[in-house]
Design a protein around this ligand. Structure first.
Ligand SMILES: NC(=O)C1=CN([C@@H]2O[C@H](COP(=O)(O)OP(=O)(O)OC[C@H]3O[C@@H](n4cnc5c(N)ncnc54)[C@H](OP(=O)(O)O)[C@@H]3O)[C@@H](O)[C@H]2O)C=CC1
Ligand SMILES: O=C(CO)[C@H](O)[C@H](O)COP(=O)(O)O
Length: 457
């Protein structure tokens, strides 16, 4: 089987080596000739270079491919994807050929591109997770759509992807561009879990006065049990690292956090669909806040080094709170996928989606075993819910900021305790005559329920 790959950066180079090693013949192109040379040199050191052809332009790529052609794109998301598609059309890509956008593209662009290119070639979408290591040795692959051409690629992607309990972490999760939506939400969960781990570290470090190495030891002990996850493991490793002067690595790094867009899109889509994912939104805003404090005006206003309180933390309680909050981050993400799938009629298969997240991806975690059986068990975790409530309260008492922890506590408390929405309904109707819904589900106005001869002016 022969496939073409455009974009040989972090993901493209590693996926290329993975594909060639699994027996595929690859025609590869990057606009930067050094990237092609680097891939060739890696293939040579693995002794698989006879299955790799680096080309110097897309015309040469198309000429080398037997129709029907299969082309994978791993270029940065946005206009570049269209630029490459248009170049490929000019080079001779035609009906019957499939181009799979494997980058972190916005699913809305994917839907538009399917229409735009429908008479030119099959445009398909697939989200990939796992970073460089995943791409090289087995990523999670969230594909979608029913374009002609998938049948050629599926057996290969099933081999190239990570596997969990002998099942591949490649799946066509739903229709249209839902693979990119699922990957976007995967990243939304990723932001939330990363921030949650950072907050637990912050609480242990500033709140209780432990060193990064001591926090690493706690994370290590947690990783030995049901809390084991990729993000906790890399955080443990990062916190254990020091330079030659024994300065913790984390103290050499600035606090401003960047982002490429998928977390923001997750928040935007959730708000547009009316599906509450407060932990995921808080994680995006937590990154924004790290940048806000870098401006001088904001620094003067908000970045005064206020005294913080030291506290004693029960580590078992913290562990339970962290476990429960992590589960709730997945639960919010899955609810968003389910809601979007219903709205867009994508028929996303949540079981298949979770299968793709079991290994290879950044949000893989042992407790996905439980989540895969259904999220209802989360509601039965009373001790863990109590722990989250208690830890959030103690954390806030330190004076430090815990956006994801606090939002997650707010999320579960809102779902599981009496609501105050009745007063907000009444306020809207009081000033704007927007109507209210009563317990029986009928729509009326305050004035239908009570005498209201005069209103507050
Ligand atoms: N890095 C990660 O952990 C992950 C990334 N992704 C997504 O995968 C995609 C690729 O990411 P990544 O590999 O990190 O990005 P990189 O920037 O490392 O690689 C992209 C490569 O594409 C090349 N390129 C740019 N324009 C063209 C073009 N017109 N024709 C051919 N090659 C071109 C770039 O060349 P040059 O450098 O010269 O511009 C670069 O070598 C992105 O959409 C990203 O969001 C998905 C999952 C994980
Ligand atoms: O998709 C990924 C991991 O799953 C990429 O690493 C992505 O770049 C992460 O998002 P951001 O750069 O916004 O932190």
């Amino acid at each position: 089987m022969q496939v073409a790959l455009v974009g040989l950066g972090v993901m493209g180079k590693n996926l290329a080596l993975n594909l060639i090693e699994k027996g595929m013949t690859l025609v590869a192109y990057d606009k930067n000739p050094d990237a092609g040379a680097e891939l060739l040199s890696c293939a040579q050191s693995l002794g698989v270079e006879e299955r790799l052809h680096i080309v110097s332009d897309l015309g040469d790529m198309v000429r080398r491919l037997e129709p029907p052609r299969s082309v994978l794109l791993l270029v940065p998301a946005g206009e570049l994807v269209d630029a490459v598609c248009n170049e490929l059309i000019e080079a001779g890509v035609s009906k019957g050929d499939i181009i799979v956008d494997c980058g972190n593209s916005n699913y809305k662009d994917g839907i538009a591109r399917k229409l735009k290119y429908q008479n030119k070639f099959e445009f398909a979408t697939m989200g990939i997770s796992g970073g460089a290591e995943g791409a090289r040795h087995g990523p999670a692959m969230m594909a979608s759509g029913s374009e002609g051409g998938w049948e050629r690629l599926v057996p290969w992607f099933e081999k190239v992807a990570a596997s969990y309990n002998s099942e591949s972490c490649f799946a066509r999760v739903g229709q249209s561009a839902s693979g990119h939506f699922v990957k976007m939400v995967h990243n939304g969960i990723e932001y939330a879990l990363m921030q949650l781990i950072a907050e637990v570290y912050h609480l242990l470090r500033i709140g209780t006065g432990r060193s990064p190495k001591e926090v690493a030891e706690i994370f290590e002990s947690w990783s030995e049990g049901e809390l084991n996850s990729y993000l906790l493991s890399i955080s443990r490793h990062i916190l254990s690292l020091e330079d030659s002067n024994q300065t913790p690595l984390v103290d050499l790094i600035d606090n401003k956090v960047g982002a490429k867009g998928t977390g923001l899109w997750t928040a935007q889509n959730a708000l547009e669909l009316g599906i509450a994912v407060p932990s995921l939104v808080a994680a995006v805003q937590a990154r924004h806040l790290t940048n806000t404090i870098s401006t001088l005006a904001a620094k003067e206003m908000t970045y005064q080094a206020k005294e913080t309180q030291k506290i004693d933390i029960d580590l078992e309680e913290l562990k339970s709170a962290f476990y429960f909050a992590s589960l709730l981050c997945y639960r919010q993400g899955l609810a968003l996928i389910k809601g979007a799938s219903r709205s867009h009629q994508w028929k996303v298969d949540l079981a298949k989606t979770l299968q793709t997240w079991r290994a290879g991806c950044i949000i893989r975690a042992d407790y996905l075993d439980d989540i895969a059986k259904g999220v209802d068990f989360i509601d039965t975790l009373e001790n863990e819910a109590k722990a989250l409530r208690s830890i959030t309260g103690q954390a806030i008492q330190t004076g430090l900021a815990f956006p994801v922890l606090a939002s997650t506590q707010t999320y579960i408390a809102t779902l599981s305790t009496p609501s105050n929405g009745h007063l907000v309904q009444a306020q809207r109707d009081y000033f704007g005559e927007h109507g209210i819904k009563t317990h029986s589900g009928e729509t009326s106005h305050l004035t239908d329920l009570v005498d209201l001869p005069e209103k507050v002016r």
